[in-house]
Design a protein around this ligand. Structure first.
Ligand SMILES: CC(C)(COP(=O)(O)OP(=O)(O)OC[C@H]1O[C@@H](n2cnc3c(N)ncnc32)[C@H](O)[C@@H]1OP(=O)(O)O)[C@@H](O)C(=O)NCCC(=O)NCCS
Length: 164
């Protein structure tokens, strides 16, 4: 069974491979990270871990039994007991319910480990997979229309105590 792990320094090589192998898949739904992301990957990884140590965010990776990273699930902009959720899965492991199950697990962790009461998310209107995951895990649209790199989207919210 894949395991959700809090991001660590030694995840860097597997995370680089995950981002590189799935770059085109991600770019079809969400903005591409750009070449600089890959060129400066190690420095960025260190910076993310520094932010995490300061309590500003909680990064997680879904790791297969052989150490391969299958997904990443992040809580960022932690403030006032709330945070923003973002996630992405390796293309080859999509449509198996893994993102849905992992978001549910992360909602529990958010409440029990991180003391968060409210999670926010956003998805482009045409990102059916993301919107499906959000609604199946108890997120509800806020009614707020957001722009995601120029694409219309919806804001979502979930109380961590909510049942999906
Ligand atoms: C969004 C994402 C994480 C979903 O991962 P996943 O593991 O496939 O999610 P799940 O299997 O738990 O559920 C997704 C649901 O959407 C459906 N789905 C997936 N891709 C779809 C598509 N292109 N069109 C319609 N439905 C789709 C799945 O079939 C599944 O529903 P089902 O159980 O009825 O079959 C993954 O597609 C991804 O990483 N996309 C690129 C990055 C991204 O968009 N991240 C979200 C940013 S807001």
């Amino acid at each position: 069974m894949p395991e959700l792990q809090r991001l660590r320094p030694d995840h860097a090589p597997a995370l680089f491979t995950f981002e590189q192998e799935n770059r085109a898949f991600f770019a079809a739904s969400i903005p591409d990270r750009g070449d600089a992301y890959f060129a400066d990957f190690d420095a960025r990884h260190t910076a993310l871990l520094t932010e995490q140590a300061a309590g500003l965010c909680h990064f997680h990776v879904l790791v297969d039994t052989d150490g391969e990273i299958l997904g990443r699930f992040n809580l960022v902009d932690v403030a006032d007991d709330s945070a923003d959720l973002g996630f992405r899965m390796a293309e080859k492991t999509t449509r198996r319910g893994l993102a849905t199950a992992t978001v549910l697990h992360l909602c529990t962790l958010a409440a029990t480990e991180y003391g968060l009461t409210t999670l926010r998310a956003a998805a482009a209107l045409d990102n059916t997979a993301s919107r499906t995951v959000l609604t199946r895990t108890g997120f509800v649209p806020t009614g707020e229309e957001v722009q995601l790199s120029g694409r219309p989207g919806l804001g979502y919210i979930r109380l961590t105590s909510s049942e999906a």
